[in-house]
Ligand binder design. Structure first.
Ligand SMILES: Cc1ncc(C[n+]2csc(CCOP(=O)(O)OP(=O)(O)O)c2C)c(N)n1
Ligand SMILES: [Mg+2]
Length: 338
């Protein structure tokens, strides 16, 4: 076997690992179906942006990273938190504003956070977390740590000034960071072709910031995994930052209140034919790892786990009035202790 073939072989996931990705995607889908119902029942406060359709991006890319790597994303964050391993009860509790939520009930859907899993949010201001990610990658390099940072954002965020300032520094300092643009083709109701002078996103970072750009089918979990594995190796090898464009699609509206007049039902149906869960299901059937019986058992098991977490979260305690003062600053009085 040639060295390249050997290397590619080494990058291939075990089939049991792929079954786990399948399960994770089912969990994300089921979590969000429940979330959508709970939102309509007014159990969830604030904004809520569903990730359905994009599951293969979070699951495939995070499977290629280590627990010690840093992960940060925007407000469409349910899939990333679940793929990172945050418990479902803590996530539902966060949606329901409970004290035991992953952000103590103060953040809601857009601000999932789990320091223990090196998951740094959940950020609502479009593009604003990208400089934070670059700061984290700078710290990793300064401390000579063996980590990479994965920073997820949407196609719309790439037209923000913060994106360009951040990419410039990441390119200049050769920081160990993977920028993952989840191109679901829309920023709210505006198609990427109507918002971006260069809609082929992978072309936008090479000449401008010295950061190589690649694209990948974001509806194919295995393809996303392979691409991210290679990207992580590149970063760990001291080569600097890399940019991945995952071409994907969101099934639901931008947020919970979106009449979706900007797209046709036919367009949505066309993408749903390439559903990422169905795609992986086919790949696993072809490998003999799944059959109809196993699929049904997995679906039932996932449904039960999501329902149990949701019921538990509804029993969790509310925050106390005094909690509003907690966790505002890391060190509330700084050097000026009263
Ligand atoms: C600085 C800023 N401007 C505008 C908004 C309103 N806004 C919220 S989401 C969004 C679209 C972002 O689209 P994209 O980055 O493609 O992410 P997606 O919603 O598709 O995941 C806009 C304009 C905001 N939250 N922050
Ligand atoms: Mg988008």
């Amino acid at each position: 076997m040639s060295t390249v073939a050997e290397k590619n072989q080494k990058l291939e996931p075990a089939v049991t690992q792929m079954v786990d990705w399948y399960r994770q995607m089912l969990v994300i889908r089921q979590f969000e179906l429940r979330c959508s119902q709970s939102y309509q029942q007014q159990k969830v406060g604030g904004f809520c942006h569903l990730y359905m359709g994009q599951e293969a991006v979070a699951v495939g890319s995070l499977a290629a990273l280590r627990p010690s790597d840093y992960v940060i994303t925007a407000y469409r964050d349910h899939g990333h938190a679940i793929a990172r391993g945050t418990g479902l009860t803590a996530l539902f509790a966060e949606l329901y504003g409970r004290a035991t939520g992953c952000s103590h009930g103060k953040g809601g859907s857009m601000h999932f956070f789990d320091r223990g899993k090196n998951f740094f949010g959940g950020h609502a201001i479009v593009g604003a977390h990208i400089p934070l990610a670059v700061g984290m990658a700078w710290a990793v390099k300064y401390r000579a740590e063996d980590r990479v940072v994965a920073c997820f954002f949407g196609d719309g965020a790439m037209n923000q000034g913060a994106f360009h300032e951040a990419l410039n520094l990441a390119g200049l300092f050769k920081l160990p960071i993977i920028f993952v643009a989840e191109n679901n083709q829309y920023g709210m109701g505006t198609h990427v072709d109507r918002a971006s002078a260069v809609p082929d996103l992978k072309l936008r970072t090479g000449d401008a910031y010295g950061i190589d750009g690649k694209d990948v089918d974001g509806m194919d979990c295995l393809a996303v995994y392979r691409m991210t594995r290679a990207a992580a190796e590149y970063c760990r090898g001291g080569n600097g930052a890399i940019f991945l464009e995952a071409k994907t699609y969101r099934y639901r509206g931008h947020s919970m209140s979106d009449p979706q007049k900007y797209r046709t039902k036919e367009e949505l149906a066309r993408y749903q034919e390439h559903d990422p869960i169905g795609r992986l299901e086919e790949q696993l059937k072809a490998r003999g790892a799944l059959d109809e019986r196993k699929i049904e058992a997995l679906r039932q098991e996932v449904h039960a786990a999501v329902e149990a977490a949701h019921h538990q979260a509804e029993q969790e305690p509310w925050p106390q009035p005094d909690d509003v003062w907690k966790d505002v600053y890391a060190n509330p009085f700084g050097p000026y202790q009263l």
